[in-house]
Design a protein around this ligand. Structure first.
Ligand code: PLP
Length: 364
């Protein structure tokens, strides 16, 4: 049997009539960018997160970039980022004109090591960007304590964490501002690109509504040098159909993760750890294995598709050549060499999950 890594079409077939109807409605409405569907989805998503505001934008990278800009971060500033993440976290900082300052991650979670965080703070540090990687929140008690000691803003990269909680509070409400992505493969995905900024701060929300739309609140009056990064009506309408199903999809992911955790039993495989105060939404189920490439080939031969998130840390990418100098982040680098993402998604049935477990346990 073949176990696909993530089957988005299967997820959409389940909602086909409602998605078709929503798309047809937008088509007929004559309103395609920033209209009633976007307003409605923004209210829906803010309420889902438990936040005052959600501002729809073009994608997750822009959500992070505009969050930084709304917080006044720019040239000459430093922003602390994890050494292991998707490169967009770093690129947002660079596009804002600031410098990403990496901190190593912990081997059990792959998340920002909060015990190493404070040592990275300098006179130029203006913000921390915790990345809730793989669906699990960073220890936000520790992050916020350090941020308030040094008067730093906290911008959550929540692109992989729709619905994830820390101490029972959802991602998007755990810092000053949060960036979400609705890239199709995320826990809540559009049928194309999309993103949102979530915040409880009225002032940031006001700035963000302008920044995403050429710096304008009133047509042809431009208070800020904004960009064009808006959520399309059609994406907002389709996201609005999908959002009511997100909790059920996340629950199915958690059930799959629970089976993997209970039944994968192979001395060469290290399973992911969830911190006691966190509830993961299992965007990805990432194991570690010293012979990662051999494991991936072995699973592929048995029909189990896997991916590597991510094989090279941002600091070792050509895009950031020269930035690290002689700094190294040994845990992040080892993590990127050993991590492997097993199939995960609401479409996986129990038979497929069993096939993944058997294949992983047979690896030697
Ligand atoms: C997907 C992702 C982003 C960027 O989102 P896009 O919508 O692809 O621009 C940022 N950070 C993380 C951790 C992501 O996984």
């Amino acid at each position: 049997m073949t176990v696909t890594f993530l089957d988005l079409a299967a997820m959409h077939r389940q909602l086909q009539p409602a998605l078709d109807q929503a798309a047809a409605q937008v088509l007929a409405s004559g309103h395609y960018v920033l209209g009633p569907q976007t307003d409605r989805f923004e209210r829906q998503f803010a309420e889902y997160c438990g936040a005052r505001h959600a501002i729809g934008v073009g994608n997750g990278l822009d959500a992070l970039l505009l969050s930084l800009r709304a917080c006044g971060i720019g040239a000459g500033d430093e922003v602390i980022v994890p050494a292991h993440t998707f490169i967009a976290s770093w690129l947002a900082v660079s596009y804002a004109g600031a410098v990403p300052v990496p901190v190593d991650v912990t081997p059990d979670t792959g998340l920002l090591d909060v015990t190493a965080l404070e040592r990275a703070v300098t006179a130029r540090t203006r913000a921390i960007m915790p990345v809730h990687l793989y669906g699990q929140c960073v220890d936000m008690d520790a992050v916020n304590a350090i941020a308030s000691r040094h008067d730093l803003r906290v911008i959550e990269d929540a692109a992989q964490a729709h619905g994830a909680t820390w101490n029972g509070r959802r991602a998007g409400t755990l810092g000053d501002v949060a960036g979400f992505s609705f890239y199709p493969g995320k826990n809540l995905g559009a049928i194309g690109d999309g993103g949102a900024v979530v915040t409880n701060d009225d002032r940031y929300a006001d700035i963000l509504r302008k920044l995403r739309n050429y710096g304008s609140a009133v047509r042809y009056r431009h208070e800020l040098q904004g960009i064009n990064s808006r959520l399309d009506e059609i994406q907002a309408a389709l996201l609005g159909v999908k959002l009511p199903h997100l909790d059920a999809w996340n629950a199915r992911r958690a059930a799959i993760a629970a089976r993997y955790l209970a039944d994968i039993d192979n001395p060469e495989i290290v399973l992911p750890v969830v911190q006691p105060r966190a509830q993961s939404v299992w965007h990805l189920f990432v194991v570690r294995c010293a012979r990662r490439d051999a494991l991936q080939e072995f699973l592929a031969a048995r029909g189990v598709q896997t991916l590597v998130h991510y094989p090279v840390t941002p600091g070792r990418q050509q895009a950031y050549a020269g930035l690290l100098g002689d700094r190294s982040f040994p845990v992040a680098e080892r993590f990127s060499a050993e991590c492997l993402s097993l199939p995960m998604g609401p479409h996986l049935d129990d038979v497929a999950v069993g096939a993944v477990i058997d294949a992983v346990n047979a690896f030697s």
